[in-house]
Ligand binder design. Structure first.
Ligand code: SAH
Ligand code: MG
Length: 203
């Protein structure tokens, strides 16, 4: 595991140097804690970047975990693949390159843990598309839902972020008003929405 923590440190340094928005040190404990509490067997990650969160999830998930992870950028997916090959979790992780909104629709089977961390303006769309793929006890974790403090409270948001903020508010409303899920908004880092499925539709 010593070698693995060195790999993670190398990835953190690469992310910093190249401005890749990998989960930050304040959001990371929430990710680790939720995955550890859940010990999922089948994980869907939307937004791989260089595979940093993917490997953190792999580390905390069940020993038999299989992870599908979606990334738009071919370049980032190739970097992620190379890091994953150097980790103890190679063979458990499949990267699907292309638009997540399209690729979600091609996935088969059910997932007990979903990590949403790609295009923030698409979170409501991702949730709608992922919903039919959730197990009865699935957990959905969404990163960056409080986006720099613009989503809740009264910090005036620059024009260019208006749509993102609107969609993130829509996402939060969508999961909090959905009676099938028990949702907690964590203010750590850039804000994370933890939604645990507690009942099925019609129950
Ligand atoms: N989960 C990673 C960080 C992901 S950053 C971590 O914490 O380590 C968000 C990623 O989503 C970026 O790499 C970006 O290329 C990707 N992304 C943006 N739009 C996307 C889309 N439409 N489909 C798939 N991936 C997308
Ligand atoms: Mg993020």
């Amino acid at each position: 595991m010593e070698i693995f923590s060195e790999l993670l440190q190398e990835m953190e340094a690469y992310g910093r140097k190249n401005n890749i928005p990998i989960i930050n040190e304040k959001g990371m404990p929430v990710l680790l804690e939720t995955v550890r509490g859940k010990r999922p067997h089948r994980v869907l990650e939307i937004g791989t970047a260089i595979g940093y969160s993917t490997l953190l999830i792999a580390q905390e998930a069940a020993a038999d975990v299989e992870i599908d992870t979606l990334e738009l950028s071919e370049e980032r997916a190739a970097i992620a693949q190379a890091y994953i090959e150097r980790s103890p979790y190679r063979g458990k992780i499949t990267i699907h390159v292309g638009d997540a909104g399209e690729n979600i629709l091609k996935l088969q089977g059910k997932y007990d843990f979903v990590f949403i961390d790609a295009a923030k303006g698409q979170y409501p769309d991702y949730f709608r598309k992922v919903y039919p793929l959730l197990t009865d006890d699935a957990m959905v974790l969404a990163d960056n839902v409080l986006f720099r403090g613009y989503v809740m409270g009264n910090v005036e948001c620059p024009r260019r972020f208006k749509t993102i903020v609107k969609r993130l508010r829509e996402y939060i409303d969508m999961v909090t008003n959905n009676q099938e899920f028990s949702t907690t908004i964590r203010e750590d880092g850039d804000g994370l929405a933890v939604s645990q499925r507690v009942r099925l539709s019609g129950e």
